[in-house]
Ligand binder design. Structure first.
Ligand code: NAD
Length: 270
């Protein structure tokens, strides 16, 4: 059997008990990585265990780990215990995210802070812990040309403004420049950091946008490729960005959006 691309590498995937995180964990495990299926609270443990059981049934390996990515001490513990158990980590998929939508004039500070602290501060805390480990270990040529890879789950809303979702769009715009700044900072150390900007992908986060035929039809008006995305579309991009196939790709956002960022409103000349 051919050597798997991510053999002997360890990946932490945040928010992996549902949606895109689950898809990424499945695909990374299928590519040979040992996966840490992160989930935030006791209530998400069963879902995370089911994800891990399916990965193991398919021949993969990993553990689940409860950690709220917005809490520094929990993030530090997740990284320390993963490194103690598996020796190191090679890949971080900074995927956990949420929405607390509100008209701007009604948005509470709590709604603002909740989104920023999970979507942006959570990515900072996990990326910092990963970078520290990558710097400590350096490149192991038998495993990868890079000392480590970070994939930040952004959104088309890192560039598309989104009325009624100012907190979410601000968090994703923030991810874009955090990602680029740290990619610039650590490129000489052979650490690669990139983002994926999904368009509309069928997951629990946007259930109402595709759950009925009527809603899906409305959504398709925003997607030139005329199909709503699925988690496998994003998972394939995650594996590529985690592997040496993308070794010269650093500090960029890969839009996986069926053309949503092509200004479809202008397709008939505005
Ligand atoms: P989802 O709701 O299924 O997944 C989000 C995951 O994050 C959940 O598993 C949730 O438990 C976890 N999470 C929330 N708060 C957390 C915390 N404090 N600590 C750890 N985990 C936490 O939705 P999804 O669509 O799979 O979202 C995954 C990522 O993709 C998010 O960052 C989201 O913004 C991004 N995204 C999704 C879409 C889409 O169309 N689905 C589009 C663009 C970007």
């Amino acid at each position: 059997m051919a050597e798997k691309k991510l053999q002997n590498q360890v990946a932490i995937i945040t928010g992996a008990s549902s949606g895109i995180g689950t898809g990424a964990a499945n695909a990374l495990a299928a590519a040979g990585a040992t996966v840490v299926v992160n989930h935030p609270v006791a209530a998400t443990k069963d879902a995370a265990e089911m994800v891990l059981a399916a990965i193991k049934a398919a021949g993969g390996e990993g553990i689940t780990f409860q950690c709220d990515v917005s809490r520094e001490e929990e993030v530090e513990k997740m990284f320390a215990e993963t490194i103690a158990r598996f020796g190191t980590i090679d890949i971080l998929v900074n995927n956990a995210g949420l929405q607390r939508d509100a008209a701007f004039e009604e948005m509470t500070l709590e709604q603002w802070n909740t989104v920023l602290s999970v979507n942006l501060t959570g990515q900072f805390l996990c990326a910092r812990a990963a970078v520290r480990e990558f710097l400590r270990r350096g490149v192991v040529p038998q495993k990868s040309k890079a000392a480590g890879k970070i994939i930040c789950m952004s959104s088309v809303h890192e560039v598309i403004p989104w009325a009624g979702h100012a907190n979410y769009a601000a968090s994703k715009g923030g991810i874009m420049l955090m990602m680029k700044s740290i990619a610039q900072e650590f490129a000489p150390k052979k650490i690669r950091i990139n983002s994926i900007a999904p368009g509309a992908i069928k997951t629990p986060i946007n259930h109402d946008a595709w759950a009925t035929a009527q809603a899906e039809e409305k959504l398709l008006q925003l997607i030139p490729y005329q199909r709503v995305g699925v988690v496998e579309d994003i998972a394939a991009a995650v594996v590529w960005l985690a592997s040496d196939d993308s070794d010269y790709v650093n500090g960029t956002t890969l839009f996986v959006d069926g053309g949503m960022t092509l200004y479809p409103g202008f397709s008939e000349n505005g």
